[in-house]
Structure formats: structure tokens, C-alpha cells
Design a protein around this ligand. Structure first.
Ligand code: SF4
Ligand code: SF4
Length: 373
């Protein structure tokens, strides 16, 4: 009998295995000298934690802080406005990934732009731009690229084809951000309550666990790179707790079925060929973070929509709705239900802030699975 995907997942969602880890964690946690706060950096982990009610399985001295791990949640309004403005150009087809289409900017979302006649398309892979470009030779296809280290190689791979084939009607608006710089900012905040990190999964498949070496070494905070399934998360928590009770502070990989120390070198080389670090980038809720994002190298500026459309793209920053506390949530200083408009004025069907848009956003996860906590 062949190996089925479902069987693979089943092992990592097995209730008996989860209960076994629950028992180990509860026993080990008795040896903790103080409560520990674990930040899950990745939105995928937030989703798993809320979906499977993991906080309820843990003792009172282990808490989660929900981190900034969703590329949609951290996109500042002015960048969404860029996408909106580009999409309103007559000869432009704006293409983007995932939930980006629903995030409210100051003029509305890309969905609103579409209702006003803009040609905005949602794709699963940037490579779909090639077909759109060949079917629409009289249009400029602008790929609004978002995501962490996970999706950057996909954008680089598209650019590689565009450059090599000499395609003249595909352009790029680059919003790729990098995770370690945000983790450093969060840990350096004087109000930070983070004791350990659950390291992201997809990001680490590409970049390798090496990008987190500074956290145990320079900040004295353990990192365990974890898979997405509930058994992965429980095992990772158990590994963190063991580090505390054994007085260790290390970088460990639980998700070793896909993550290595060095990561995907081929993807990293492709990124390096086309991108360089920006001096700084504003993260929604977290503010300006030095060297936390990428841009196209100067030699590829003929493909750079930010350069080509410089005149119409505003450069000033735009504040969030005054009642939205996404910033405090992303810093781990508040939980979604503490927001005064959580579940009332702000819901997944009518998001006010970005954490309510993506299913990986902390507010959306609390809204959907809140009955479990
Ligand atoms: S892209 Fe993957 S690693 Fe990044 S936040 Fe989403 S789920 Fe986590
Ligand atoms: S509930 Fe909505 S407005 Fe409140 S913090 Fe979350 S996203 Fe922002």
C-alpha cells in the first residue's frame, strides 16, 4: 500500500501522542523556577495553537505570546496604498498572493480597487504572472511581492525567468521582509516578556536554522524550530521546557524532517542574485526596523515598480486606526480580546486592522477558535 498524505498528517495530529507530550510537559514544568513565556513567531503556529486548543493543555506556568509571523499582518498601510494606486493605473494588472487582497489601506483594500474597475488578480504562485503577461501583451503586469524568507525565492525565480527570457511587461513591487531582525527588535524592547522562541517552519526550510544562532548566544533565549502540526508544537514546547529545567540555552530543531542548519542554499543564492537589504522597513505595529526587508538590486531597476512609478507612490507613513492595538499584539503586550472593537466593529468579514485579515493573524485565529480558550 502506498504512503498517503493523510497518513503522514495523522501521526502528527494523533491525540494519544499529544496527550503523552502533555503529561511530560506538565511533569517537567513542575521543575520551572518561574513561569515561561514562549513567543511563536510564525502565524502558522498561532493558527495551530488556537485550532487545537494547545493553551488549555499546558500548565499555568507556560504561556504563549503571539508574534509578528504573518506577512499580511505586518504590511504597513502605505505599502497597501502603493498596491492600490498601482492597480488604479489604466494599463496595469496588479497581481498578488493570498489574503493581501482583503487588507484595508487608507483608500480601501485591493478588493475595493477591483470593485472600482481595477484589474487585480490573486495567484497561488508568482509564476502565474508569465501566463497573464503573455495573454495581456498591451498591459503592464506588476507583481506585488509579499512574504518572509519563505516566498522570496519564488519571486526571485519569476524574476530569473523574466530577465533570462527578456520579458518586457512584468514588473515587481518588493515587500519581502526578514524574520531575525524583527525577533531582535522584540527581544530588545524593555517591556519584552519573551523567554523563548518557537522558530518558524517555512522560513527555516529556506534560510536554515543558522539565522537564529544569535538568540541563544547573544540574548540568552532558547529557540526551537518547530513544525506546524499539533504534535510538532507540543514536542517543541517540551524541548523548550527541558532546556529551562536543565539550565541549557540552545538552538534546536524539532522540525528536522524539513529543516537543516544551512537551509536551501540554491534558493538563498537566487535571492542574493536579485535582492539586497533595505536600510530599513516599517512593519505594521512594530515601526521601523533596520535592515528588515529586501529590495531589488539597482542593476534590476528597470523591473522595479517602485522606481518606475516613483511619482505616484507616496512616501509618507500612515497610522493605523486609533482603536486598533495590532502593534501591542504583535509585540506580545496584549491579546486580541483586549482590543475594544474585537469581534464587534472588527471581524474577519470587515477587518479594521491587519491581524484580523489573514487566517494566520492572531485576531482572526482568536475570533475563529476563541470558544476553545
Ligand atoms: S509563511 Fe509560513 S513561516 Fe511564514 S508566517 Fe506564514 S506560515 Fe509562518
Ligand atoms: S481586533 Fe481588529 S482592530 Fe483590534 S487589534 Fe485586532 S485587528 Fe486591530
Amino acid at each position: 500500500m502506498g504512503l498517503e498524505l493523510k497518513n503522514l498528517y495523522d501521526d502528527f495530529r494523533n491525540a494519544d501522542t499529544i496527550k503523552a507530550y502533555q503529561k511530560i510537559i506538565n511533569e517537567d514544568a513542575k521543575g520551572l523556577t518561574k513561569p515561561i513565556n514562549i513567543m511563536e513567531v510564525c502565524g502558522g503556529h498561532t493558527h495551530t495553537i488556537m485550532k487545537y486548543g494547545i493553551p488549555q493543555l499546558l500548565p499555568n506556568n507556560i504561556n504563549f505570546i503571539h508574534g509578528p509571523g504573518c506577512p499580511v499582518c505586518i504590511m504597513p498601510k502605505e505599502r497597501i496604498d502603493h498596491a492600490y494606486m498601482l492597480s488604479m493605473e489604466e494599463d496595469v494588472i496588479l497581481v498578488t498572493l493570498g489574503d493581501m487582497i482583503k487588507v484595508p489601506g487608507s483608500n480601501g483594500s485591493l478588493q475595493d480597487a477591483r470593485s472600482k474597475g481595477a484589474d487585480v488578480r490573486f495567484v497561488y504562485s508568482p509564476m502565474e504572472c508569465l501566463k497573464i503577461a503573455s495573454e495581456n501583451q498591451d498591459k503592464k503586469i506588476i507583481f506585488f511581492a509579499i512574504g518572509f524568507e519563505t516566498t522570496t525565492p519564488m519571486t526571485a525565480a519569476l524574476l530569473d525567468v523574466v530577465v533570462k527570457k527578456g520579458i518586457k511587461n512584468i514588473f515587481f513591487h518588493i515587500n519581502h521582509v526578514t524574520v531575525p531582525e524583527a525577533m531582535s527588535l522584540l527581544i530588545s524592547d524593555e517591556n519584552s516578556k519573551i523567554d523563548a522562541f518557537l522558530g518558524p517552519s517555512h522560513v527555516s526550510v529556506i534560510s536554515g536554522s543558522k539565522i537564529y544562532e544569535e538568540f541563544p548566544r547573544d540574548y540568552n533565549k532558547p529557540v526551537v524550530v518547530s513544525g506546524f502540526e499539533p504534535v510538532d508544537v507540543m514536542q517543541s514546547i517540551s524541548m523548550i521546557v527541558k532546556q529551562f529545567i536543565e539550565n541549557r540555552c540552545e538552538l534546536e530543531i524539532e522540525y528536522n524532517r524539513l529543516v537543516s542548519h544551512d537551509g536551501n542554499i540554491k534558493a538563498q543564492n537566487l535571492n542574493e542574485k536579485y535582492f539586497e537589504q533595505r536600510s530599513h522597513f516599517r512593519w505594521r505595529g512594530l515601526g521601523d526596523i533596520p535592515k528588515s526587508a529586501l529590495k531589488l538590486k539597482d542593476e534590476y531597476k528597470e523591473y522595479d515598480a517602485e522606481v518606475i512609478y516613483k511619482e505616484i507612490l507616496l512616501s509618507e507613513t500612515i497610522d493605523d486606526h486609533k482603536l486598533c492595538i495590532c502593534g501591542d499584539i504583535l509585540k506580545g503586550l496584549a491579546n486580541p480580546p483586549e482590543c475594544s472593537i474585537f469581534g464587534t466593529a472588527c471581524k474577519p468579514s470587515s477587518p479594521v486592522g491587519s491581524c484580523m485579515v489573514s487566517s494566520e493573524g492572531a485576531c482572526a485565529a482568536y475570533y475563529k477558535y476563541g470558544n476553545l480558550i
